[in-house]
Design a binder for this molecule. Sequence first.
Ligand SMILES: [Zn+2]
Length: 370
Amino acid sequence: MVSESTHDVKSTGIRERLGEFCYSAGLLSPLQRVRSWWHKDLRILAYHRVMPLPDPDSYDFDMELISATPEGFREQMLLVKERYRPMRLSDVAAAIDAGHALPPDTVVITFDDGYDDNYHIAFPILQELGIPATFFVSTGHIDSGRPYAYDWLVHMILMTGAARLELPELGMDMPMPVGRAARRALATSVLDHMKEISALAQAGMIRRLEKEWHMPSDAAVPADCRPMTWDQLREMHAAGLEIGSHGVNHWMLSKLPLDELEREVRDSRDALLRELGPMPLLMSYPVGSNRAFDRQVIEVTRSAGFDVACSYISGTNPQPAANRYSLYRLAVERYIGKRWFAAMLTMPGLINHPTPAHLATSDEAPSCSH
Ligand SMILES: [Zn+2]
């Protein structure tokens, strides 16, 4: 997770320009037809928040979580409906189980975390267009209504009156910058460094800051960072949308001791079944980079009864049966315009956008910072 200004502008610019060119030249439809003869790969789109773009100078939370505006999302879904075959993730799992090939141009829509704009904004658009989607939620946040810890950490760094940022857990100690943009960049750096320490140490560090800075996340939760409620999820589920697990506490599963890992996976499963009834079990690993899940995480997920699991590693899935517990996804970011989006879906190997965390930490696969 890196602010837009620190992205790898050069490679992003080339992708965007190539996408624009192919779109303007009318090449996307023929390219899609030709490509679908050779590639039967499964495309899975990954979203976080869908909401109007706020003014970064007055918005107190993490801008990087915004995947699309309502208008942009509607435009993207119209394109998916017109040119691709949107499919439920559980139907993908059933096809894998049956040994059936997926139809060409299959696209699955997914959301991570469980912010309430998913209900208020994305859900009506999906319903209107009849497009299925899977919403991966961290069940502990749905239970408690508390904001997601990483987003709250960004909020605290943006808003604290503390003169210094002292994080011995990360070996960081520095004066707190004054400007909003500098604080956003600092928050990004903190989030990147945090991925080196255990999930429980991350949680402990955030709790300590809440206390020291008098900014408890269980006080009145600002409207800008609210998770969905179980009632909202029940309504979406009853309307045919799928709800999956994103853990209980949004902890990096590979950074937990085995007993805690098993608890996160099983308790999130039990919460979904308790609140929503029997359903196919679908997982998205929190953060999702190749450092956020490993063989042990996959084994615990599989043995807990989950049918498939999504990573946040960028790519498509030529043989989803082979990586059904580490499915690749294509991240949608708020600065991906209509033409770029269309080109990304047509030529995902060329135009997909490496997630910002990938650009920040070149030694690992892309990850969702949230
Ligand atoms: Zn997440």
